[in-house]
Structure formats: structure tokens, C-alpha cells
Design a protein around this ligand. Sequence first.
Ligand code: HEM
Length: 262
Amino acid sequence: MPNPGQYVRDMRLCYGNCITVGVLGNRRQVILAGPAANRMVLLDAGENFSSRWGWEVVRAHFPGMVLLRDFADRRLHRRMTAPLFKPEVLRRPMIEKDPVIRESLESWPEAVDVNCGNKRLTLEVALRVFGGFEGGAVNEPLCRNMATLLDNVLAPPGIRRWRGLRARDRLRRSLHRELARRRQENGEYLFTRLAAWTDEVGRRLSEGDVVDPMLGLLFGAHGTTASALTTRSIKLAEDPVWQERLRGECRAVRQDFGEKLT
Ligand code: HEM
């Protein structure tokens, strides 16, 4: 569908805020539009709406994601992870003390495929921010496998999907190996904190309960952000006012980085 937003707007004009559509194999899907519907579904005080069933397509590939947990199970994961998502926690010590974004941008050539560059950049940030993984050659296999996963896993059944799933399994094995080390540490990265988390009676999370949400988060956070950045770049590049501004900014950046970018 080239323009899903417009499609929903047109349907709302014809039929109102509650619309049923038939999708693949004529399965029925309900679109609830507008603020009242959003409130009802997202707050879901009566626990009527399952996220797990809603994201079936993701469930086949990333069974342990937070997104796929419902009700009490979701609340438990939220309670564990919410403190770790506060901006000050994510910023410290990674982004502030760490030149990961600058280093990654400095390595971009003059002519760059912005989408590939953004995917790589956001993955490096995610690996650093959530996992404390240092950049460079050590993480090359992680980055390569994540790129293969992202590019292939949602393809229709066939060789591409298979390739994506193999990359996911390699990533999962790497994270399992890393977990053994994290269990011994006392760091502040999300991965290490999940590894060390215990409930009221001192029980730890199982290996799968640490590794699968971590993998889901790396996958979900960086692909989406890379797409958003790329879309923004396209919009800016199409806008004549911004074209002029960007030319100015490029000159300023070049001056900043000196020879490296020229
Ligand atoms: C432009 C960038 C992003 C987009 C478009 C996006 C989109 C989404 C969407 C559509 C969902 C599913 C919501 C639902 O149906 O319940 C979601 C869930 C989630 N996203 Fe993002 N996301 C983005 C960036 C991020 C980033 C950077 C992070 C991590 C810092 C993140 C972490 C999560 C988590 C943890 C969930 C699961 C929440 C839950 O189920 O409790 N996302 N995201």
C-alpha cells in the first residue's frame, strides 16, 4: 500500500472511526481511529487487547520481545526496563563520553548511501547504549548479522527469509555467550542490568528472558530510527530552502572536520 495514512483518512471519511478491512487471505482486521479509540486500546484498563496476537508476524521471529508480552507479564518487564530507558540513564556514560556518532559520521565517504549509513550508525549506537559493546572490528560480526537479519527476516518464505533467520540465530548465540560474562559483572548497561536483575525472592531471569528482549530491542530500535532519519534526509533534500541551508551546513561541517571530509 503506497500511502497507508491516506487510506485510513479516506476510509474514516466514508465509514467513521471503526472500520473493518480484509487483508491477506481475507482475514478481518479492525482499524480503530481517533483519540478515544487510541486511549481505549493503549491504556486497556480491562485487559481486552492482546499485543501478542496483534504482532503475530513478529512473534514468529522474535518470540521474547517486550512487544509480545501481555498484561501481568508485560507489566513485569516494563517495571524492570522502565528505569533503564530514562534519557539520563541512556545518555550516561555512552553518548556523552563516547564519540560513537562523531566517529561513525567521520568514517562516511563524501558520497554515501544515506540509508545504509544510518542503519550502521543507529546500530552502533544501539549496541553501545543498550549493550556497552565497543565499536570497531570486535563488533563487526554483530553488525553484519544484524544487517542481514534486518534486510531479510520479514521477506516472504524462501531463501531470503532463511538467511535472515540464520543471522538471527547467530546473533542469539553471540548474546548467549556474552550473557555468561555479564552475569558476573555489575555494569549499568541495559544488557548487564537485565542479566543481574532479581525478583523479590532473589530469582534471576532465564537466559532467554534476557537475550530475546535484548535482541528484539536492538532490532526494533535501530531499524525504525534509521528509517526515520533517512526519510527526514529525503524530505530535507527535496526542500529548496533546506537545500541551501544544508549546503551551508556541509561547508561548516567540512571546516570542523578539516581534511577528513573533503
Ligand atoms: C522512529 C523510531 C521508532 C519507531 C517508528 C518505533 C515504532 C514502534 C512501534 C510501532 C511499536 C509498537 C507499539 C505497540 O503496538 O504497542 C514500538 C514498540 C517499542 N519500541 Fe519503538 N519505535 C522507534 C524507536 C524506538 C527506540 C529508539 C527504542 C528504544 C530506545 C524503542 C523501543 C521500543 C520498545 C521497548 C517497544 C515495546 C514497548 C512495549 O510493548 O511495551 N523504539 N515502537
